[in-house]
Design a protein around this ligand. Structure first.
Ligand code: ZN
Length: 90
């Protein structure tokens, strides 16, 4: 069962976090793989202390559509294990 992340709004009541796609600008509805997070590491060729990181959000299909390596998105394979499934196998 999927747990939805929630935040407190101005009325101090909980509501689901809304993610907006960095590519199309639309709100990302929960799906099998959506929402996705893109963690960008700048200066990846330098020591860790010199790098910067930023997280973006996107639809998996918007990312695939803009990628020149769409055929290698094994994360979209239905039998590709979740992190929890990999941890349970260890
Ligand atoms: Zn999108």
């Amino acid at each position: 069962m999927r747990k939805e992340k929630k935040v407190l709004n101005q009325n101090n009541t909980e509501e689901p976090i809304r993610f907006v796609c960095v590519f199309c600008g639309e709100t990302i509805a929960p799906g099998e793989l959506d929402p996705c997070a893109l963690i960008v590491v700048a200066a990846i060729d330098r020591p860790r202390a010199e790098q910067k990181e930023q997280t973006f959000y996107c639809h998996i299909n918007c990312l695939k559509d803009r990628s020149s390596v769409a055929g290698s998105f094994y994360i979209t394979d239905h039998d590709f294990p979740t992190i929890g499934e990999i941890e349970n196998e260890q």
